[in-house]
Ligand binder design. Structure first.
Ligand SMILES: O=C(O)CCC(=O)C(=O)O
Length: 285
């Protein structure tokens, strides 16, 4: 068992320095920005109305139904860390749904990018994560940059609640302050995923109502607990990185990265902020 006293850095994290976000802010208050800088996360309640979310949920439900059907055809209903009845990851709704595409460029995200990413920001990744009640399990303590190593290491995750997220159905929990260290060493725990530690003494639960979001750094260790209710917990996770961000590839245990690829796939990694000005993606063909 790895506990919090045994935290090591990721081998590719050699010279990371956390830089506090400073104003002027257009979405956040000074207090919220201070909390983000200090703790690595903030909770924003009541950001999106039911009317705004409805077409997004329609798109993620449709995509998730395809994921679920794909998993039905796999051995034990599993593909990597996804498992039917436990947790599903449905990628890139912005590539097929105009509603998801427009949502990803919503002024709220452009403003958060202004405050927490920089004047030139792109959508880096989007996925719907549904936690199912049939096989309750935790999604272990990890940093988003611990899965795929992005440079710069610090980008932004917006965890949007499509249903109320509570401690009982697997809302996020965050281990405070560790984002200051940059990317940490993760170990693979089958079938749960990559894990930094099993527990930590300074953890905050972040329940959030439908239409709210938990905003955290790609470097903030977070976990979601088991869904012990009888209904599905739904989240749509949108991540934003500075224009020019690169994905590093290789095996960190074997040495330095072998390749670096720009995160600028025009089908889904479109700009949302250019020189501080919000921009909309081209509509789907
Ligand atoms: O939404 C969840 O249950 C966990 C998802 C998550 O933390 C991630 O995909 O990085």
């Amino acid at each position: 068992m790895v506990n919090s006293s045994q935290i090591d850095r990721h081998p590719w994290n050699t010279d990371f320095k956390w830089v506090n976000k400073t104003g002027p802010f257009c979405r956040l208050s000074e207090e919220q920005a201070d909390q983000f800088n200090r703790d690595g996360f903030i909770v924003l309640e009541n950001v999106f109305s039911d009317e705004e979310l409805a077409p997004v949920i329609e798109a993620t439900d449709e995509l998730e139904a395809r994921t679920d059907s794909f998993l039905s055809g796999m051995d034990n209903g599993r593909a990597s860390i996804a498992e039917k009845g436990a947790i599903t990851f449905s990628l890139f709704a912005v590539q097929f749904s105009q509603a998801a595409r427009s949502f990803a460029a919503h002024p709220v995200f452009a403003e958060l990018c202004h405050d927490l990413v920089g004047p030139n920001a792109r959508l880096y990744h989007d996925q719907a994560v549904y936690k199912k009640p049939e096989k309750p399990r935790r999604f272990p303590w990890h940093q988003d940059n611990g899965y795929t190593f992005v440079m710069p290491q610090q980008y932004l995750t917006c965890w949007v609640a499509l249903t109320d997220a509570t401690i009982d159905n697997g809302c996020p929990q965050v281990a405070r302050g560790l984002h200051h260290q940059g990317t940490l060493l993760h170990r693979y725990v089958d079938p749960l995923g990559w894990e930094i530690f099993e527990d930590h003494p300074d953890v905050v639960t972040a329940p959030v109502g439908k239409g709210g979001m938990v905003v955290f750094s790609s470097l903030s260790p977070h976990l979601t607990g088991p869904n012990t209710t009888d209904s599905v917990r739904k989240a749509y996770i949108l991540q934003y990185a500075p224009d020019g961000a690169e994905v590093l590839q290789g095996d960190p245990s074997q040495g330095p990265p072998l390749r670096r690829n720009l995160a600028n796939d025009s089908r889904r990694q479109f700009p949302v902020l250019v020189n501080g000005v919000p921009v909309s993606p081209d509509p789907l063909p």
